[in-house]
Ligand binder design. Structure first.
Ligand SMILES: Cc1ncc(COP(=O)(O)O)c(C=O)c1O
Length: 436
């Protein structure tokens, strides 16, 4: 079989896809009676009952109204007119953005829209820049074809014994002299931090200097699902494409996202949609239109989605302190909201793939962190010492998973060769408060 260079890049699963397939395969086997697994590796939204009920009844309403006849014909590539008008009204009302349908394109999920932007606005001479690693592994696909992708390693700021924060490396960003597209998720997958105004202005400066486009991926941000405590400064700059999605608000299977930006970029994106998938699902677009028309999605976010993840984030920090070994130097990334806990096991023996393997043996999945340092030019030990832990499971499931992770950490530490001077005289001497 002949496969083109571009095709080979798209046809090969990246590192994290291989892990996700391993998780799916193991869970499938477990379903057939080989055990109960806890999956803290997945990026599905939490199954919040009120959210499930809301989308189910809205879907039923839309189906009852007109689905059959809508599904019987093709729609417009930019998106259904009613949806474009509702999106424009929503952003005019809530963010004071002066936009109309010409500023909007709808697509089958924001992953697709990011891919479209990568194809359209970058190539090997004008690379994709991820200014703030670690970032969403789905951006790896953007380097397919003739694209180059470069990620900027962050600076690590230790906040206290148990927490740290990655910071944008401003001087590395200032040195970027060729770029086609800057991409960042905010709040980020995987660390759940938010791009602040200073960082965003620096990225915009770099984009101006290189004549590049900036794509801000709000999959976890405002206005839905709004699972950040802080907010990214939302500016309508002609260079910025803002990407939004209904997935994390409870509809990942509906495959619906949209981008907002200046009409020239949006026209190019619309042509890309037309040339590849024709348009997004008309049924999903009608569901989104209904949610925006009466603004009921705002109440859902305010009353159910945001509070759920806020509670989950607070609980996760507490559970980490309660369950993980006090004698091991672990830290969590400061959380501005988001769907994940990012854990750094800052020990020379620590290895994310080994912890993944040991967790799997004991019935728990976490996501190894190394795959989120995409396009990094340097390899630091700390890039292989992190795990992403999903906050979409009930509190007791998370605690169970963290307790097992604690066992894995102890076992990995105890199996690592240690210099003579570092060997404890007895096991009790090495036990921390939570280490029993
Ligand atoms: C940061 C980020 N962007 C985009 C996506 C994909 O979203 P969608 O379902 O809208 O394609 C994800 C999914 O996990 C994500 O984490």
């Amino acid at each position: 079989m002949f496969v083109s260079k571009e095709g080979a890049a798209l046809a090969s699963p990246n590192g994290l896809r291989t892990i996700m397939e391993d998780i799916a395969q193991t869970l499938h086997t477990a379903d057939q009676g080989n055990g109960n697994f806890v999956n803290l590796g997945i990026g599905n939204p939490a199954p919040i009952p009120e959210v499930t009920t809301y989308w189910r009844s809205l879907t039923q309403e839309v189906i009852d109204e007109n689905a059959t006849c809508k599904m019987g014909s093709y729609g417009a590539s930019r998106g259904e007119e009613a949806l474009l008008l509702e999106i424009a009204r929503f952003f005019r009302t809530h963010l004071d953005w002066d936009i109309g349908p010409e500023n909007i394109v709808v697509g089958p999920g924001s992953q697709f829209l990011c891919f479209a932007a990568g194809v359209l606005f970058a190539d090997c001479d004008h690379p994709i820049i991820l200014p703030r690693l670690p970032d969403y592994t789905g951006y790896d696909a953007l380097r397919a074809g003739r694209n180059a992708l470069r990620g900027i390693e962050p600076q690590v700021e230790i906040l206290d014994q148990r927490s740290f924060r990655y910071r944008l490396d401003e001087s590395a960003l200032a040195k970027i002299d060729r770029a086609g597209l800057f991409v960042a998720s905010t709040p980020s997958n995987p660390v759940s931090d938010v791009l602040d105004q200073r960082a965003l202005l620096l990225i915009l400066d770099a984009a101006k200097r290189t004549n590049a486009t900036v794509l801000l991926d709000h999959a976890y941000g405002l206005p839905f699902p709004a699972i950040a405590h802080g907010t990214t400064w939302m500016t309508l700059d002609p260079r910025v494409l803002h990407c939004f999605s209904l997935s994390k608000a409870g509809l990942p299977g509906a495959r619906l996202g949209f981008a907002i930006g200046d009409p020239d970029r949006i026209d190019a994106m619309t042509a890309f949609v037309s040339n590849t998938v024709l348009h997004a699902s008309r049924l999903s677009q009608d569901i989104a239109t209904a949610a925006l028309r009466d603004q009921s999605i705002l109440a859902l976010v305010r009353n159910n989605i945001s509070p759920h993840y806020r509670r989950a984030a607070v609980h996760a920090q507490r559970a980490a302190r309660d369950c993980l070994p006090a004698s091991i130097n672990w830290k969590t990334h400061a959380q501005d909201g988001g769907m994940f806990l990012w854990l750094w096991c800052d020990e020379p023996w620590s290895d994310d793939l080994e912890l993944y393997r040991m967790g799997k043996e004991r019935g728990v999945f976490f996501t190894p962190g190394r795959y989120f340092f995409l396009g990094s030019e340097q390899e630091h030990a700390w890039m292989k010492q992190c795990l992403r832990i999903s906050l979409n499971q009930p509190a007791e499931t998370l605690e169970h998973g963290l307790t097992i992770l604690a066992d894995c950490m102890r076992a990995l530490r105890d199996s690592a060769p240690r210099p003579a001077w570092d060997r404890p005289l007895s096991r009790t001497a090495d036990r921390g408060v939570h280490d029993a």
